[in-house]
Design a binder for this molecule. Structure first.
Ligand code: AMP
Ligand code: MG
Length: 430
């Protein structure tokens, strides 16, 4: 029992054989540089398919979309009320017809007549303005306007949502709920999208077993394949699970060759400098290494390269928190780059720290936090506790990352810190 928390010191980099005041590694590159290298190295997908709009959620447009019609295609009322001539606004107006949504009235009316109209109904040609029903007094079939609207009020102009022939959406746009709605409003029934990306994935480690088996001494259950396929789950991604692979050069070579038809290959574990860490040498043998070591914590030994000419390979670190963070910060942006999606800087918020946080300078660190709003309307963040990268509970209890800058030496309670809410990693637009 006594050694249960024995590696908590590694939270602060004290047990990794490095300088105890500094966690920097001269061989590691910055997160931004790594992301730039990855984005410029991965191949772009060009094959497309035509999908019905019902099946297009989460896919990426392969062509610009022009608006085929004006929306709205007629002048529509924005209110329940009365359509009338602005010039007759001071007169008592007789209601001569009803224009209901889907049931337009005739276009003409005699002098001092108006049409009753509902929201979304066509505004008849004779009328130039709509007054909402709350601003009139109704007496039998006559209305008197009690609060004058400006000329043209509550009349939605033709094409005010989107004009026929103009650019509605650009290629590279991921289709979320709002984009699907906009396309449907144009009557578009099918869209050209980039084909799905196939991601092959395996875990490495002689200690790993699948759930459902009794653990032998020294074994642990594999958390990473489920973790990574869950993080990547998206309609445009097909994950191919290659299973658990032994810590040997032969087994790794076989696994990498088994993934030959995938667009991108992920593994976890075996990327450090231990006696059983063979991923890097095997990648160098079968392809080309581009990145090893990024100044990020957790996740420093992330290994990135190309198998053959066309196949990006990510060797993620084995500890689940490291695997999650490197997947979010490097693998997901790589897939976006392959699909030609713009990679935007993630929005950050600031929050008041509820406890102190320790850190050594030399890496950007992503501690796991719980963000909430105080009754006074202030964002507050507390830590999920022990931050070692094997502590999956530090991730599952969290709803945000606390981003601690490269040079930071920690923070005190009450300090403002930078936060990335987990919701920012979700691709379900809107
Ligand atoms: P490695 O990078 O292979 O040295 O692994 C680092 C740590 O992560 C070790 O404690 C491994 O047992 C652990 N680990 C590696 N792969 C997994 C996995 N798939 N699920 C859970 N823990 C893992
Ligand atoms: Mg291992």
């Amino acid at each position: 029992m006594t050694d249960r928390k024995s590696d908590s010191d590694s939270t602060f980099g004290l047990n990794n054989g490095m300088d105890t005041d500094n966690d920097a590694d001269p061989n590691s590159i910055s997160i931004e540089k790594a992301q730039r290298i990855i984005a410029s190295t991965v191949p772009r997908v060009s094959e497309t398919e035509e999908l019905s709009i019902e099946r297009a959620l989460g896919r990426v447009l392969s062509e610009d979309m022009l608006a085929p019609i004006d929306v709205p295609s007629f002048r529509a009322s924005a209110m329940d009320g009365y359509a009338f001539r602005f010039a007759e606004r001071e007169n008592a107006l007789r209601i001569s017809e009803n224009s209901l949504a889907g049931h337009p009235s005739n276009d003409s009316a005699n002098a001092n007549e108006c049409h009753r109209i509902t929201t979304g109904a066509r505004v008849p040609d004779f009328a130039d303005t709509v007054v909402q029903q709350e601003n009139v007094v109704l007496n039998d079939k006559l209305i008197t306007i009690t609060k004058q609207p400006p000329m043209g009020h509550h009349v939605r102009a033709i094409g005010s949502n989107s004009e026929k022939g103009t650019l509605l959406m650009q290629k590279g746009q991921r289709l979320g709920a709002a984009q699907i709605a906009s396309l449907c409003a144009q009557g578009i029934q099918s869209v050209p999208v980039l084909r799905k990306i196939q991601v092959a994935m395996f875990s490495t480690g002689d200690e790993l077993v699948n759930g459902g088996r009794v653990l032998s001494p020294g074994n642990i259950y594999d958390a990473n394949r489920a973790l990574l396929s869950s993080l990547l789950d998206s309609p445009g991604i097909e994950v191919i699970d290659v299973g658990i692979v032994d810590d040997s050069v032969d087994a790794l070579q076989n696994a990498m060759q088994q993934c030959a038809n995938a667009d991108i290959v992920l593994s976890s574990g075996g990327v450090s400098v231990g006696d059983a860490d063979f991923v890097r040498p095997v990648l160098e043998q079968l392809g080309q290494l581009h990145i090893w070591k990024i100044a990020i914590k957790p996740g420093r030994p992330l290994t990135f390269g190309m198998l053959g000419k066309q196949q990006p390979y990510f060797g993620l670190p084995g500890n689940p928190v490291s695997a999650a963070i490197t997947c979010l910060f490097f693998v997901k942006p790589a897939i976006k780059a392959m699909l030609g999606e713009p990679i935007n800087t993630m929005p950050r918020v600031h929050a008041t720290l509820q406890t102190s946080l320790k850190k050594l300078p030399g890496r950007v660190e992503y501690q796991r936090g719980i963000l909430k709003m105080s009754e006074a309307g202030e964002w507050q963040v507390s830590t999920t506790g022990m931050q070692d990268s094997h502590v999956v509970t530090s991730l599952h209890r969290a709803n945000c990352f606390i981003e601690l800058a490269f040079d930071s030496t920690g923070f005190e309670e009450g300090d403002q810190v930078t936060i990335i809410p987990f919701s920012h990693f979700s691709d379900n637009l809107l």
